[in-house]
Design a protein around this ligand. Sequence first.
Ligand SMILES: C[S@@+](CC[C@H](N)C(=O)[O-])C[C@H]1O[C@@H](n2cnc3c(N)ncnc32)[C@H](O)[C@@H]1O
Length: 269
Amino acid sequence: MEHIETAVASHYGVDGVAHAILNAIGKEPVTVDDLAEFDEFHIGGRDVTAEIARAMKLAANTRVLDIGCGIGGAARYIASHFGAHVTGVDLTPGFIDAARMLTEKSGMDGRVEFQCASALKLPFQHASFDSAYMFHVGMNIADKAGLFAEARRVLRNGGAFAVYDVMRTSPGDSGYPVPWASTPDMSFTETPDAYRELLAKAGFQVIEERERVDLARAFFARMKERVANGTAPGLSFVMGPTARVKVANMVASVDQGIFAPVEMICRAD
Ligand SMILES: C[S@@+](CC[C@H](N)C(=O)[O-])C[C@H]1O[C@@H](n2cnc3c(N)ncnc32)[C@H](O)[C@@H]1O
């Protein structure tokens, strides 16, 4: 398993992410809203983070875990707009460094913290959190039974768990690279049926589920238009110089019906 985690961290390892983002914004301090175009690394960006946070009914002063937090965009947003205390964990050291720097520069360091750790070995006690979420992370993890067992272990009974992943909707494969994998051997997409079954085995009940293909098409069409006319920065800050080909391969596979972004809102039984 460790060689996969090393390969995954190296796939995501882009140098100097926070400095590049702060330079592009061109002012300090920054606000959580200034960062929105740069720091959400999942289909639909900030809008979907807000929708999922509402669906989870996140409340002020609750303890929330972001599994595979990337550079921490969703964590900062949920802390600032819902008043939660958010802890993010991620495998990629450069993303955790960037998450910490952007959090400090946006004045959110009292409410948001980060640790470099694997989702398969969370460094927390049993029932440490009221809620947890995982956005576009499961595609990098073969052992989803272990992943969901860890999420369940650190959540209190009755806590909400949101999963928003790119899932497999028919056989076939995309071209590579895609945003989550340079090569097929680090891509572990699964069907919604498999997710549901494994979530149930780990002690989660799926209470809401949505396939977000229409949202994905609209999001990428709008991003393409905005990047072309210079009103959006694009995804190269978090995806590196091959961002364009990664996104093109993913969009093609969504168009062919091979993959779809799917949201599942669960409750820990
Ligand atoms: C596509 S990015 C999404 C980041 C963030 N959730 C977001 O939506 O902005 C996937 C993230 O999952 C992290 N990741 C992948 N496998 C992981 C694992 N086993 N444990 C912790 N993080 C992992 C990667 O390092 C990467 O930051």
